[in-house]
Design a protein around this ligand. Structure first.
Ligand SMILES: Nc1ncnc2c1ncn2[C@@H]1O[C@H](COP(=O)(O)OP(=O)(O)OP(=O)(O)O)[C@@H](O)[C@H]1O
Ligand SMILES: [Mg+2]
Length: 262
């Protein structure tokens, strides 16, 4: 089982879209997936049409008042499960900050899932800030998947998250965490800029950047309002194809990791 934080402190770069659609594509391929919505905005929750689950967020488990097991809900898709979020979760941020072990609350909350091996991958959909929830995600994760929007300031944002990851490592909360995957999102084939940004990010981060690039398409922005992934909403479209290709590449990478690690 691997815990993957889908993280970038920059807002609106495609974190939630990637967590939801990659999660669905992996489940489609037979993987047992848990998406943990760590954003009080609850976008991953509503993207899966599960916003009626108010009061069932990670708030209590994070504060030690319940087990995460009680907050895992099945979705319409087989093998895909969700821990929902709602605005309550914003309050957890304040309360956790007062605790001595404030960096590792999520790590402890998730530890039961490490031992029971119910899931193949847990995807943490992080909020867009450098707050407690995001740093908890980095501390709990085995690795980080960072979506980057194909736009001008992409590299500046990346430099920032690289620094935050270093801080988490230096704090001792998680010594091996690193950004192992970068996925370029909202690629617009009609503009030179998109291609330039991809080339620039590849020049800096090489192999870590996925070959699969997610195109900009209105289908991806429409799907959440129907509570559906793009794989359900427009199964044959370019976005569904892209997220399926990303899932395939993701699995290939993790197979080869597994064999390297023995
Ligand atoms: N490839 C894409 N093409 C077109 N629209 C997209 C694409 N990816 C995401 N979007 C849209 O862009 C907006 C931001 O995407 P998303 O919510 O996934 O980003 P985020 O990084 O999770 O944002 P936040 O930081 O607020 O959590 C959403 O309206 C989403 O539907
Ligand atoms: Mg989001």
């Amino acid at each position: 089982m691997k815990i993957v934080a889908v993280a970038n402190q920059k807002g609106g770069v495609g974190k939630t879209t990637t967590a939801v659609n990659l999660g669905c594509a992996l489940a489609e391929r037979g993987q047992r997936i848990l998406i943990v919505d760590l954003d009080p905005q609850g976008n991953a929750t509503s993207s899966l049409g599960m916003q009626e689950l108010e009061g069932e967020s990670l708030y209590e488990p994070l504060l030690g008042g319940a087990s995460i097991i009680e907050r895992i809900f099945p979705t319409r898709l087989e093998r895909l499960f969700l821990v929902p979020a709602d605005l309550d979760l914003a309050g957890a941020e304040v309360e956790i900050a007062r605790m001595n072990d404030h960096l590792t609350r999520l790590k402890q909350t998730l530890s039961i899932l490490r031992s029971d091996q119910t899931f193949d991958f847990i995807l943490l959909d992080c909020p867009p800030s450098l707050g407690i929830l995001m740093t908890n995600a980095l501390a709990a994760a085995d690795e980080i998947l960072t979506p980057i929007q194909c736009e001008y300031f992409a590299l500046e944002g990346l430099v920032k998250i690289v620094r935050v990851v270093e801080q988490v490592r230096d704090s001792g909360a998680n010594e091996q965490v690193e950004i192992v995957g970068i996925v370029m999102t909202m690629f617009d084939g009609r503009t030179k800029l998109s291609a330039q940004v991809v080339a620039e990010v590849r020049a800096h981060f090489g192999e870590r950047v996925y070959a699969t690039v997610i195109p900009r398409t209105v289908r991806l922005s429409e799907a959440p309002s129907f509570g559906k992934s793009v794989l359900e909403y427009d199964p044959k479209g370019t976005a569904a194809r892209a997220y399926r290709a990303l899932a395939e590449e993701f699995l290939k990478r993790h197979d080869s990791l597994a064999s390297v690690r023995g």
